[in-house]
Design a protein around this ligand. Structure first.
Ligand SMILES: [Zn+2]
Length: 438
């Protein structure tokens, strides 16, 4: 019910503002405090002036310009829009990829992707990386539809398709050898095929390369702890992506695969379940990022069956124990800049912020957690000049919660105001004095 109202609000606001103000949209936000995403002390109280899709100025008391629309968020806390570096937006949650390939169509998956993107935006995540769909390149179409304003969703960097070895994680041809699925993930074995897979993905609209450096939990192939690509194959993927000015994100659980991917020069290690001392040193010396995904492991164990995950894959998760948590604790102790990721898509979209409280259990402070999901994630995806901080010149991607997330990080699970690119998508906070807003 509320969602319907909010959508109408967005579109009427957007159209109305443009029709009446040829000079552009001018919006002023007022809130109890602002946490700007850079780790500095909060601003109390706070005001933000937004012109068109950008933040124009930030301060405690700013003059309200003529013709501006004022959103008074009361005592709420404003933050930059949150960033999740590990999501799978396209496809229906709870449908295993084998079922998806055999019984659904790419358009079906994309339509669910639109709903998932909206749920993610509503939860305050205004930027995400999509780590790859089951139906190749459907995430490219969802990204483009969002960019064109056809549907609401986060800003996206998408993988388009996985680069995976035969029999490894991401090998979607795990059917009987007599069953041929016409369009599946890139299977690439050997340096020439890896190079071709990288080129194919970039040609068809991928923003970065997702490579499966080790086995996976949600797979029947080689085990999560095993390195699945050779050092040379990983190196070639990074080299080829580099020629296109793009980076590589490596799915990696086992230590050997993590360290091989880091030596090869990948930008992010996703999951990073079995980091060791060498991994920590490599992350530092190569300026790479470890993207932990702790919520997904727990979800697979606790709700795997109802989420349609086969028993053999739940067992793989059980065997990993709390390695993922130990890796996170190690990285925290080493004071690495740790971005934010979740693997949403394995569990329903819009629950991304539940990851924060799990990280808190390992000792991450609320301020560190917020910086993780804002500035550090923006840096990891190469978008530090666009998103992840509430300062002038950045995209006006701002969210608000009614309480103080520095006292209770679970406040971020209850986002009540979402602005992306200067457009308000969700607002349960504004005090409508005299009905002058909108
Ligand atoms: Zn994933």
């Amino acid at each position: 019910m509320f969602r319907k109202i909010a959508v109408i609000l967005v579109f009427s606001f957007g159209l109305g503002a443009e029709a009446q103000e040829p000079a552009g949209r001018l919006v002023v936000l007022r809130a109890g405090q602002l946490i700007d995403g850079t780790g500095g002390p909060p601003l109390r109280p706070a005001m933000v002036i937004v012109r068109n899709d950008r933040i124009e100025s930030v301060g405690q008391q700013l003059p309200v310009p003529d013709g501006a629309t004022l959103f008074d968020l009361g005592s709420a806390t404003l933050l930059p829009g949150l960033i999740d570096l590990h999501t799978h937006l396209v496809g229906e949650v709870g449908v295993h990829w084998e079922e998806e390939l055999l019984k659904t169509t790419p358009s079906q998956a994309a339509i669910h992707g639109v709903k998932n993107a909206r749920d993610t935006l509503w939860a305050g995540f205004t930027t995400c990386r999509d780590m790859g769909p089951t139906w190749p390149f459907t995430d490219v179409d969802v990204r483009d539809a969002i960019e064109k304003g056809a549907v609401p969703g986060p800003r996206l960097q998408v993988a388009g398709n996985y680069v995976s070895a035969t029999g490894g994680a991401g090998d979607a041809k795990q059917f009987s050898i007599y069953v041929e699925v016409p369009l599946v993930r890139n299977l690439a074995d050997g340096v020439d095929e890896v190079r071709k897979a990288v080129r194919t993905n970039l040609k068809h609209g991928a923003d970065f390369i997702k490579i499966l450096a080790t086995g996976a939990v949600l797979s029947k192939g080689i085990s999560p702890g095993a390195q699945q690509y050779s050092d040379e194959e990983l190196r070639v993927a990074v080299e080829e992506a580099g020629r296109w000015g793009r980076y590589v994100a490596a799915h990696a659980h086992g230590t050997a695969g993590i360290n091989a991917a880091l030596r090869a020069g990948v930008r992010t290690i996703d999951h990073g379940t079995m980091l060791d001392g060498d991994s920590i040193e490599l992350l530092k010396s190569r300026h790479a990022y470890f993207v932990p995904t702790l919520l997904v492991g727990r979800t697979i164990l606790e709700q795997g069956k109802s989420l349609g995950i086969p028993a053999s894959e739940i067992e793989r998760q059980r065997q990993l124990g709390d390695r993922a948590g130990n890796s996170f604790a190690q990285a925290l102790k080493a004071e690495l800049p740790i971005p934010f990721g979740t693997d949403a898509g394995v569990f329903p979209h819009g629950q991304n912020a539940r990851e924060f409280s799990i990280r808190a259990q390992y000792g991450e402070s609320p301020m560190k957690a917020i910086v993780s999901a804002t500035r550090i994630s923006a840096e990891a995806m190469g978008w530090a000049e666009r998103v992840g901080a509430a300062r002038s010149g950045m995209f006006a991607d701002l969210v608000a919660v009614s309480g103080d997330p520095l006292k209770d990080i679970t406040e971020l699970e209850r986002v009540k105001f979402v602005m992306k690119g200067g457009i308000v998508y969700r607002d349960e906070l504004t005090r409508r004095a005299g009905g002058s807003n909108h």
